[in-house]
Design a protein around this ligand. Structure first.
Ligand SMILES: Cc1cc2nc3c(=O)[nH]c(=O)nc-3n(C[C@H](O)[C@H](O)[C@H](O)COP(=O)(O)O)c2cc1C
Length: 65
């Protein structure tokens, strides 16, 4: 995803697609070998525009002693 971003592409992981991608008939139709298990589907595309920076919360750091 970082490599795609560096090439100006946008990505989004689609965990929802994992069970679908692991069906035998889908793997066959996409040419995915039987012994391969898709674990992290990611869609890749050309962003429609400039994305604003994402708001981030400051990290919360907990220490248990
Ligand atoms: C393991 C994983 C699975 C995800 N699956 C989906 C998905 O099925 N559909 C979707 O729209 N976004 C999915 N996302 C994207 C998240 O909804 C979210 O947009 C992305 O993680 C960016 O937000 P964050 O920076 O707060 O993590 C997934 C993200 C991760 C890390």
């Amino acid at each position: 995803m970082l490599a795609a971003c560096s090439m100006g592409l946008g990505t989004c992981p689609i965990g929802f697609a994992r069970p679908w991608l692991n069906q035998a008939r889908i793997k066959r139709s996409l040419g995915i070998p039987d012994d391969y298990v898709p674990v992290f589907p990611v869609v890749v595309g050309h962003p429609s525009g400039e994305m604003p920076p994402v708001q981030r919360r400051a990290p919360e750091i907990f220490i248990w002693l």
